[in-house]
Design a protein around this ligand. Structure first.
Ligand SMILES: *Cc1c(COP(=O)(O)O)cnc(C)c1O
Length: 374
């Protein structure tokens, strides 16, 4: 059986006509950069997210960098990030000469730990960057309360959770990525809303902030050839925008497909003692960018090897805490040992999950995993 972590090809074939038509329209107009397709996608995403401004850019890493530049963070400022995340989040902090203060995550949600944020705040702290890992929002209500009290920026890394809803304690809902001062996302092909190349976007409700974000992403100019601030060159190209406009219409249905896969896995693994299925926080819907299990009793690497032997793909997101990465030895805050992060790096394994999985594949994978523990 040919099983993949993600199946972008089968998904494409189902919407081929719409996608090909969108691409052809860009080719016909040759408006490759800043064409009408980019504006169209921007407006559609604003409306989907319920946010005032979406600023398309070249990729998710740029989105984070531009957000931090727009927040006016200066070298030496401290930025709080989870130590258990994809490298991009901390990378741009270090790149701008800011200090990534890496803190521990929750053992159940895998997201930034609220108590640890409080303990990490110093007079130099300027921002918190929660990452909505694997498709579920961090506890944004608590994070915004802390940020308000300490006058900190909140920049959401929503690269893995686009489409998920955060539910406030009063029952109000908001899309993940729209709650902090600035939200960032990635349209990397394997993301829940994936382009056919690189892409990213930045979200903001504040008009002035949106203007600044747009300016920074476009060489610091608001009027062509007049540069107000030092910016960068970060654009979403029109072909990617055309593709994303088509795929955005399917995003909710794609999320539902992923949740169905997760439900199936949850159900099959519920009686496997050595496996802990993903925790679903009451304050967020989970759109399962990844389906990530915790494997107990030091069996994770053996399970991984077994799945490799069976030709079932699996991934370890992430094997090494950020503070142990060679790249961050000098820029991070001389970090020691974060117990939950260390434990997760040893216990997590992600199974195939995507919009095109059928019952036969699901049963095959689940049966093999179960058999390993029998
Ligand atoms: C994918 C990802 C990014 C970076 O996005 P790119 O588009 O690849 O630059 C940043 N943060 C997280 C958590 C991601 O998963």
């Amino acid at each position: 059986m040919n099983i993949q972590m993600v199946d972008v090809k089968s998904q494409y074939l189902k919407i081929k006509e719409e996608i090909d038509h969108g691409i052809q329209e860009v080719l016909d107009t040759t408006a490759f950069i800043n064409g009408p397709k980019v504006k169209e996608f921007q407006l559609a995403l604003e409306s989907y997210l319920g946010i005032k401004h979406v600023i398309p850019c070249a990729n998710g890493t740029d989105a984070l960098q531009i957000a931090m530049m727009a927040a006016g963070l200066k070298p030496g400022d401290e930025v709080i990030v989870p130590a258990f995340t994809y490298v991009a989040t901390a990378e741009v902090i270090a790149l701008l000469g800011l200090i990534p203060v890496m803190i521990d995550v929750d053992a159940d949600t895998f997201n930034i730990n609220i108590q640890a944020i409080k303990l990490a705040i110093t007079p130099k702290t300027k921002a918190i960057v929660p990452v909505h890992l694997y498709g579920q929002s961090a506890d944004m209500e608590s994070i915004m309360n802390i940020a308000r009290e300490h006058k900190l920026w909140v920049i959401e890394d929503n690269a893995q959770a686009i489409g998920s809803d955060f539910i406030f304690s009063d029952g109000r809902k908001a899309k993940s990525g729209t709650i902090g001062h600035i939200g960032c996302t990635s349209f990397y092909p394997s993301k829940n809303l994936g382009a056919y190349g690189d892409g990213g976007a930045i979200f903001a409700n504040d008009d002035e902030m949106a203007t600044l974000l747009y300016k920074i992403a476009n060489h610091g100019q608001s009027v062509r050839y007049y540069h107000d601030v030092v910016g960068c060159n970060s654009r979403l190209d029109s072909i990617q925008a055309a593709i994303l406009s088509v795929k955005l219409k399917h995003l909710d249905e794609y999320c539902t497909e992923r949740i169905k896969v997760a439900d199936y896995y949850d159900h099959t693994f519920s009686n496997v003692n050595q496996l802990e299925t993903p925790f679903r926080a009451p304050y967020s819907t989970h759109v399962f960018h990844q389906y990530t299990l915790k494997v107990k009793n030091g069996m994770r690497d053996k399970l991984k090897q077994y799945l490799d032997d069976q030709k079932i793909p699996s991934m370890i997101y992430y094997p090494v805490p950020l503070y142990k990465q060679e790249a961050f030895k000098s820029s991070s805050n001389g970090l020691e040992f974060l117990s939950v992060t260390e434990q997760l790096c040893k216990e997590v394994i992600s199974l195939p999950i995507h919009t095109e999985m059928d019952e036969v594949q699901l049963k095959y994978i689940s049966d093999k995993v179960k058999r390993f523990f029998e």
